[in-house]
Design a protein around this ligand. Structure first.
Ligand SMILES: Nc1ncnc2c1ncn2[C@@H]1O[C@H](COP(=O)(O)OP(=O)(O)OP(=O)(O)O)[C@@H](O)[C@H]1O
Length: 342
């Protein structure tokens, strides 16, 4: 039985040390990734050994590449003839995350010069013909929400026996959200179709009780990786030095995320402080503001725009196409943003 807290050798320091397929080492170097993050250092060697892996690491720690690289490696090194599909299935809780994972995958694959294909299933409400078109290109890797993938199985758009023959890897990303988003039935159905030899990776920012249930459903004797991430992809130290009078409540030397609290005596003054932080460049680059209601999100937007701060509201009441568009604009740097709810 695997040691549940086993970790990979700590001497791994560069992507070359990970013994990834050379196409993938080239791809990460083209992306400018100088060295693996902690979660990548620990997960990738275990996954390349064929172990089931459970990893807990904070948001932004590089979890996506921690599973995409082993997934691509396994397919590239596999002797199974091309055309059997999907070789890997990545399940995430929302359509936006499907898009984000696919984008990250395409970024890596573009640099690898290879011919692997990653597709995402069309959203709920799409016509079966659209799903057939996606499956028709026989993607090596399929990204989907559990709901969409289960519908695909139920509608027989994907035959269970093709899954039995092809599926080599299953990834459950943002696992803490998968069950809380109500996908339990879908996951139970999918679990019955996962072939016994399929390797499983489960990644999550937190490990609540429901993740244990998920582990028992699909993983075999997994190695557990817990990353208290000291690793800083692009840590923004400028914020720390600029925020003179603000209390740093979580100041590690090289932490990815810096936390500060600002005590505001009167609730009405919150907006003024917010404006000050933005206009005086105490908070730099792109900013996401979380508020507790949709209405407050719109109020904050109106206030900030009155003072020339470009922003947009994102909340669950908007149609999903608009949400994707808003995120794309935000990523391209067109807007600062207020969010309706967290
Ligand atoms: N080794 C690396 N070096 C530099 N940048 C990296 C490295 N690995 C990943 N990144 C970049 O860091 C960013 C955050 O990574 P990623 O989205 O995988 O984090 P995450 O842990 O999956 O976060 P979330 O939980 O929000 O999905 C991405 O833009 C990714 O391209």
């Amino acid at each position: 039985m695997a040691d549940p807290t086993e970790t990979a050798p700590s001497e791994v320091a560069s992507f070359e040390d990970l013994s990834l397929n050379p196409c993938l080492s080239r791809a990460v170097s083209k992306l400018g990734y100088e060295r693996p993050t902690s979660v990548q250092m620990q997960c990738i060697p275990l996954a390349l050994e064929g172990k089931d892996v459970v990893a807990r690491a904070r948001t932004g720690s590089g979890k996506t590449a921690a599973y995409l690289l082993p997934v691509f490696h396994k397919i590239l090194e596999s002797t199974v003839p091309r055309g059997t599909f999907p070789r890997a299935l990545i399940l995430v809780p929302t359509r936006e995350l499907c898009q984000q994972v696919r984008d990250e995958a395409v970024k890596i694959l573009n640099g690898s010069g290879g011919t692997l294909r990653v597709e995402q299933l069309p959203p709920t409400g799409s016509k079966p013909a659209e799903t057939r078109a996606v499956l028709g290109v026989r993607p090596d890797v399929l990204v989907a929400t559990p709901g969409r993938f289960a519908t695909c199985l139920k509608d027989k758009l994907l035959q269970p026996d093709s899954l039995q023959k092809a599926l080599q890897m299953l990834v459950l990303d943002e696992a803490d959200l998968l069950l809380s988003f109500g996908y339990e039935k879908d996951l139970n159905l999918i679990a019955t179709q996962v072939p016994p030899g399929c390797q499983v990776m489960l990644l999550s920012a937190t490990m609540p009780e429901n993740v244990e249930r998920l582990k028992q459903l699909v993983l075999h004797d997994p190695v557990v990786v817990e990353v208290d991430d000291e690793d800083g992809i692009g840590a923004d130290d400028a914020l720390a030095s600029a925020a003179g009078g603000i209390t740093d409540v979580d100041a590690g030397p090289a932490q990815l995320v810096k936390h500060f609290t600002l005590d505001v005596a009167k609730a009405q003054e919150k907006l003024l402080y917010l404006l000050g932080l933005l206009r005086l460049n105490l908070v730099q680059r792109k900013v996401i503001i979380f508020v507790n209601t949709v209405d407050t999100g719109f109020r904050v937007k109106l206030f900030l725009e009155h003072f020339g701060v470009r922003c947009v509201v994102l909340n669950s009441e908007l149609p999903s196409n608009s949400r994707v568009h808003i995120l794309q604009e935000f990523n391209r740097g067109l807007q600062q943003m207020t969010r309706g709810t967290s």
